[in-house]
Design a protein around this ligand. Structure first.
Ligand code: NAP
Ligand code: MG
Length: 409
């Protein structure tokens, strides 16, 4: 047992979740965190049943708590559909907790791959992570469309609350077809830019933003302008002092540069670009969702980390039948280590930061040693020494961790 556990000053907001992710969550916490750290958490149970009982108030309270404490860590939760409503006998289809939390914090999601030596990225030049930041507001996701059956004309009319009108006409529509209108707000673009630069500073990464302002002369041009303004006004000095760069590229140029790059940057993307790109980058890095974390950063610097994967439902049903599953806990371990590191940095706790780093190193070393869960056995190079169950994997990480932290055993 531990000689002396690390003490904390401020709490982390812990949000528990559902199914297999919840089971693994507890194992990680009890076996890899609590023996070393005297955890201070403010706990919120986001289990689907609790969300139902509290009419989802618990999610709102958890988000408010992140605003108070600054750091949260979240387990995957079920976003209910009709099937889940029956399965859990729910009052209604509650919304995605992640969407609620993101909205309350006005935050941006950053998806970061966890890289290990024996899993080569699909792009052979990539040496460092590419973190995709998706602007999850507006554009086609809240647009409107019209399908028209004959020739005609169309224009977009903006009527301001003070009664002014702005109009833009589309070219003549010569036959049946479709049209679409969508929007974004300066305030949201600004928050997105600010969160992206903040995240990059914390992680010592460059920032890329890419759009198509040569074609989209009003819409994308405004995005480019806002990024430029926020950078110049609030971040340039610090970026230059730290030797970090902010680059704007045309979106097609950015894609081709990214393939030739060695990685190591935050790629801030518009909503649709991020939707498409984040899934592609995720599989290109490691071929398993369990090797990807997801972090939420607000423009004020409020932070939440989680695994990018969901509740791993199929494994849970097997677990309930008493089977041992080989669910990969890596992203859950990293969700904790990232939250602990952020807490440590905010509170000036060197020990906590060192612990978070050791925990990540121990996890990577275990995989690099060829001791892996089922999902990685398929994608990793070099000899696989053993395919482990989740609990065996956690034990293997623990013995590596003990070797890295001899004085804390
Ligand atoms: P998922 O839970 O990520 O699982 C999809 C599949 O990916 C699994 O069946 C499994 O494949 C593999 N997988 C994911 N994580 C793994 C891990 N740690 N170790 C090994 N394999 C892993 O996604 P889903 O099945 O689409 O969604 C399940 C539930 O999660 C849904 O109710 C959804 O609402 C919720 N969800 C929550 C979040 C969140 O809270 N952030 C995110 C996404 C989904 P095999 O079965 O082939 O082994
Ligand atoms: Mg997508």
């Amino acid at each position: 047992m531990s000689v002396e556990r690390i003490t904390m000053i401020n709490s982390i907001v812990e949000m528990d979740g559902d199914e297999m992710a919840r089971v693994v969550w507890r194992w990680v916490k009890e076996r890899l965190i609590e023996p070393y750290v005297e955890l201070k958490v403010e706990y919120y149970d986001l289990h689907l049943k609790v969300r139902d009982e509290t009419n989802d108030e618990v999610t709102v309270r958890a988000a408010e708590a992140i605003k108070r404490w600054g750091v949260g860590v979240k387990c995957a939760t079920i976003t209910p559909n009709a099937e889940r409503v029956r399965e859990y006998n729910l009052k209604r289809e509650w919304r995605s907790p992640n969407a609620t939390i993101r909205e309350i914090l006005d935050g941006t999601i950053f998806r970061a791959p966890i890289m290990v030596k024996n899993i080569a990225p699909a792009v052979r030049f990539w040496r460092k992570p590419i973190v995709v930041a998706r602007h999850a507001f507006g554009d086609i996701y809240s647009g409107v469309g019209i399908r028209f059956e004959e020739a005609g004309e169309a224009e977009v009319v903006f009527r301001s609350s003070s009664g002014k009108e702005l109009r833009a006409k589309l070219p003549k529509l010569t036959g049946p077809g479709v049209l679409q209108a969508y929007y974004n707000l300066d305030k949201s673009i600004e928050s997105f830019a600010r969160s992206s630069f903040k995240y990059a500073l914390i992680n010592n990464l460059d920032v890329w933003f890419a759009a198509k302002e040569t074609i989209s002369k009003v819409y994308d041009a405004r995005f480019k302008e806002v990024f430029h303004e926020v950078y110049e006004r609030e971040f340039k000095e610090e970026f230059e002092r730290r030797g970090l760069k902010y680059e704007y590229y045309l979106i097609d140029d950015a894609y081709s540069r990214a393939m030739r790059s060695e990685g190591g940057f935050v790629w801030a993307t518009k909503n649709y670009d991020g939707d498409v790109l984040s899934d592609m980058v995720a599989s290109a890095f490691s071929g398993s969702l369990a090797m990807m974390t997801s972090e939420l950063m607000s423009p004020e610097g409020h932070y939440m980390s989680e695994a990018a994967h969901g509740t791993v439902q199929r494994h849970y049903y097997r677990y309930l039948k008493g089977e041992k599953t080989s669910t990969n806990p890596t992203a859950i371990i990293f969700a904790w280590s990232k939250a602990l590191r952020r807490r440590g940095e905010m509170d000036g706790l060197r020990d906590l930061i060192t612990f978070a780093e050791a925990l990540e190193a121990a996890t990577k070393l275990t995989i690099e040693d060829g001791m892996v869960t089922q999902d990685l056995a398929r994608v990793c190079e070099g000899p696989v020494k053993a395919i482990l169950t989740t609990e065996e994997f956690i034990e293997a990480v623990r013995s590596k961790l003990n070797a890295l932290l001899p004085h804390r055993r």
